[in-house]
Design a protein around this ligand. Structure first.
Ligand code: NAD
Length: 338
């Protein structure tokens, strides 16, 4: 059993903890919370031992939440630590807690790439991460793009260049202070946005440029992609590549999928935890091939898309399972469409 500690129990961390708890080769040894709020109570109610910083233990006790120990204690008790703390805090935690203990550490996409030895996406470069001490799972948008491009590459369809246009959700559903609420904001104004270079941390040879705007939406990101293939291809070839690739869901307008909201509604109707949609949601009808030009649109559920990647990153870090076995095991446990 791999002992996993989750440092940072927010949007991403709590989903990772739940996903780890579903694996038969892993166990959550504890989660780190910094505030004794409702999330901390839920963590405890789910049976996850709650750890916090040494100077916060009293606060938790006052709030009636039992503390299992400090961050240092959790790191010591873990084989692998998944850091899902806010942007840039992962790097601080590395200096403060991780360097001195010989464990495996997984960071998230809010950290700069050089926080880790390797950036990670299971389809793209699982083997490169095997046995590495520090691994960084790339961000939600980068994961979405990387899956789409990997689906083509893994099925023998070469890519001359990719140009991806991103409508980013303005905030996560719980983020009451973020926006925009009535605007479309270049995010960033510069071209390329950071997503293109970030994809190149896992797919090194891809010629990619990305542009992004933030929109007043909380449910998902939407990507519009223009991809130049290595030569003329048929639409069927491309659709087959997507259909054969795990973690990609092909959605039909005829089945009622006309917008991003319907993916979330589908997940809720399926009774998926938190209404999550960890697959890349490709609008099949948008997939258009003209000679060597491929066009498509797809949705990326920012809160959950990186969760299966983190589970695989844990196995890659310890080198316990080959790539496809890990992907299959993860997807089966999370009941993903494969
Ligand atoms: P979040 O704010 O929802 O959660 C972060 C949690 O860490 C909070 O519970 C916070 O209390 C806790 N925390 C604060 N300081 C801490 C510290 N010093 N040590 C440990 N924990 C601490 O953030 P999030 O959205 O879950 O993002 C976490 C990481 O995942 C970031 O790197 C982010 O860029 C990345 N990410 C986020 C999304 C997304 O859409 N939310 C998607 C993909 C990747």
């Amino acid at each position: 059993m791999i002992k996993v500690g989750v440092v940072g129990y927010g949007t991403i961390g709590k989903r990772i903890a739940d996903a780890v708890a579903l694996q038969d080769d892993m166990r959550v040894v504890g989660v780190v919370k910094m505030t004794p709020d409702y999330e901390a109570k839920i963590a405890a109610a789910r049976g996850f031992p709650v750890y916090t910083a040494a100077d916060r233990v009293e606060k938790f006790k006052k709030a009636g939440i039992e503390v299992a120990g400090t961050v240092e204690d959790l790191v010591k008790a873990s084989d692998v630590v998944v850091d899902a703390s806010p942007e840039d805090v992962g790097r601080e935690n590395k200096e403060k807690y991780y360097r001195q203990l010989d464990k495996r550490y997984i960071f998230q996409g809010g950290e700069e790439a050089d926080v880790a030895e390797v950036s990670f996406n299971a389809l793209a470069n699982y083997d490169e991460a095997r046995g590495k001490r520090y691994i960084r799972v790339v961000s939600c948008n980068t994961t979405g793009i990387t899956r789409v491009l990997s689906a083509l590459l893994l099925n023998g369809i070469g890519i001359r260049k990719a140009r991806i246009f991103i409508a980013r959700r303005g905030a996560d559903p719980k983020e009451h202070k973020k926006g925009p609420i009535n605007d479309v904001v270049p995010n960033p104004t510069a071209v390329p946005s950071h997503h293109g270079p970030d994809v190149q941390t896992v797919l090194k040879d891809v010629d990619i440029v990305t542009m992004a705007v933030a929109v007043p939406v909380t449910i998902m990101h939407m990507h519009m992609a223009y991809i130049e293939l290595d030569g003329p291809r048929s639409r069927d070839e491309v659709l087959e590549a997507f259909a054969k690739t795990p973690r990609i869901f092909l959605a039909d307008v005829g089945s009622g999928f006309q917008s991003l909201a319907q993916f979330i509604e589908y997940a809720r109707d399926l009774g998926r935890p938190r209404g999550d949609f960890p697959e890349v949601a490709v609008f099949r009808d948008s997939v258009t091939v003209r000679g060597d030009e491929l066009y498509l649109m797809y949705g990326v559920h920012q809160e959950s898309i990186v969760v299966p990647e983190n589970v695989d990153a844990i196995r890659a870090a310890l080198g316990v399972l080959p790539k496809w076995q890990s992907i299959e095991k993860t997807d089966k446990s999370l009941k993903l469409f494969t």
